[in-house]
Design a protein around this ligand. Structure first.
Ligand code: NAD
Length: 479
């Protein structure tokens, strides 16, 4: 049986895309499963002067895109929704919000718990957090948890500044920085897979691993997010956060318990041992690309997308080699790759073992693939075959890892927030190390003119991505 949770959610950016596409559907799933039931309310805030009724209609309209439930249950759910017009810089508005939250807390008996969710432009994160503190919104008797969306800064300096502003208002333990990849089932299952498969875990080090590859490939282009992408690029959008966190999950020491502090300490230790690149090493370790039209000339090149400059040098593809100075991993390349408009969508981790792994009873040069999104019903492959049919039994999907199948990333993360479980969120120490690493690459790239566009839509990215591995006698497993 699901344990019912109680809280007042205050969603800044309640009229926005993230709220409607991800948060409200996830809250609705939690409502249907009984995790949210009688003791919760959602206050949506945005600048527009909407009524509660109008806000509820927008919520129901979004739900209909994802669910075919009877409208009665959607209406029941929407009765927990309230709207407050709000300008992030206006102190008076925070007082109104505080009073409304207190009133709803009495009405729904929400236990004085507050979840402040920043589904708003990143430039407002600091301002909102500071006002929540200075205008006294934080309750004394319940918890007060601040949820921050990505991006957390655009380089180390801006991330430090943002963190400084937030830290003045909320202690680190109450800050939940979202990286939605950490909400994905496979990523959450990796620690269980490691702790339930002794031989696999024993093989995860530089004695037995030749290289590890992380690919987050998309077949779509930037769609209607050209404006955002122009300020970001794939290095900031995917590598600094998602790819680094995936590496952190597979490569940090796997603690025996689920203790959040221990798990984060291990991740933080790993990231602080990132082998930094000197500026003159960037080009031999990281390559970038930007998509052109496709073979037939039908698709839009990146530079033709809406809100993208005709001479934009923003990268839509990155491939790189990351290394760590730890006893466990020194000498093992972690090849990473992410891009838009690639041949197919795929999110995967390929672990390539060497010949010595035979010592552990694993066939030489075996490749284990962890599929981050299930493909054709598969989640773990051994040499490209479902692990159950591969004729090797050193890895299997443990029963306990299957407990929550079919839970959406945001749904899982919201449960964690309501439960005070910070395992699947990013901590400041981790961000500081990863931004520092990424900044060197960004600075080197910004100082040079790339030759863009350099790959066709529907291809596997620029040729340089293949050469990056060939130089070390390796090749991409997903090709
Ligand atoms: P959006 O532009 O659709 O929504 C922004 C919201 O902020 C709107 O509700 C708007 O009314 C409100 N707002 C803007 N200015 C305001 C002001 N001065 N005072 C009060 N409210 C104001 O943006 P989004 O796509 O929903 O993104 C929200 C956040 O989530 C951003 O930080 C974004 O980076 C992050 N994010 C979004 C997605 C996504 O899929 N949309 C994915 C990951 C992260």
């Amino acid at each position: 049986m699901a344990t019912e949770k109680s809280a007042i959610f205050i969603i800044f950016g309640g009229s926005g895309d993230l709220a409607h596409r991800k948060l409200y559907p996830s809250l609705f799933r939690l409502y249907k499963s009984g995790i949210l039931k009688n003791h919760f309310a959602v206050i949506g805030t945005a600048r527009r002067p909407w009524s509660d009724d109008y806000f509820r209609e927008t919520v129901i309209t979004s739900l209909k895109d994802y669910f075919d439930d009877d409208e009665t249950i959607m209406e029941e759910f929407s009765k927990h929704f309230f709207y407050q017009s709000h300008d992030v810089n206006d102190s008076e508005h925070y007082i109104a919000l505080k009073n409304l939250a207190a009133k709803l807390d009495d009405q729904f008996e929400a236990g004085h718990n507050r979840v402040y969710y920043m589904a708003i432009a990143p430039r407002f994160f600091g301002t909102v957090a500071e006002h929540l503190n200075s205008e006294g919104l934080k309750t004394k008797d319940g918890y007060n948890r601040l949820v921050i969306e990505k991006p957390f800064g655009r380089d180390l300096d801006s991330a430090c500044e943002l963190n400084g502003n937030i830290a003045k208002a909320f202690p680190e333990d109450d800050i939940y920085r979202i990286d939605h990849y950490l909400g994905k089932e496979m990523i959450q299952d990796i620690p269980h897979i490691r702790s339930n498969n002794d031989k696999f875990e024993e093989a995860l080090n530089n004695k037995y691993v030749s290289n590890i590859q992380v690919t987050l490939a998309e077949s779509l282009g930037v769609e209607d997010r050209g404006g955002y992408y122009e300020t970001s690029g794939v290095l900031r959008d995917m590598v600094q956060n998602h790819i680094m966190q995936i590496i952190g999950t597979i490569a940090s020491d796997n603690p025996e318990s689920d203790d959040a502090k221990l798990i984060h300490q291990n991740k933080s230790d790993l990231f602080s041992s990132l082998k930094e690149l000197a500026p003159d090493e960037v080009d031999s370790n990281f390559i970038r690309g930007q998509y052109d039209t496709d073979k037939l000339g039908d698709a839009k090149a990146y530079r033709q997308e809406d809100n993208v400059a005709e001479d934009s040098n923003i990268e839509t593809f990155v491939a790189g080699k990351i290394e760590f100075n730890t006893k466990r991993w020194s000498g093992v390349p972690f090849y990473v790759r992410s891009g838009k408009r690639l041949q197919e969508k795929s999110s995967r981790i390929d672990i390539v073992f060497n010949e010595k792994v035979e010592e552990l009873g694993i066939r030489p040069n075996t490749v284990v693939t962890l599929l981050i999104e299930k493909e054709d019903g598969n989640s773990i492959l051994i040499n490209g075959i479902n692990y159950k049919d591969a004729g090797q039994d050193f890895i299997k999907f443990p029963e306990e890892a299957k407990f929550d199948k079919a839970r959406e990333a945001y749904e899982s993360l919201i449960i964690d927030i309501l439960s005070g479980n910070r395992v699947h969120f990013t901590l400041w120490d981790e961000l500081r190390s990863t931004w520092k690493y990424i900044d060197t690459i960004r600075e080197s790239w910004d100082a040079q003119q790339p030759d863009f566009p350099n790959y066709l839509s529907g291809s596997m990215g620029p040729d340089a991505a293949e050469m990056l591995l060939e130089r070390n006698g390796h090749s991409w497993i997903w090709d």
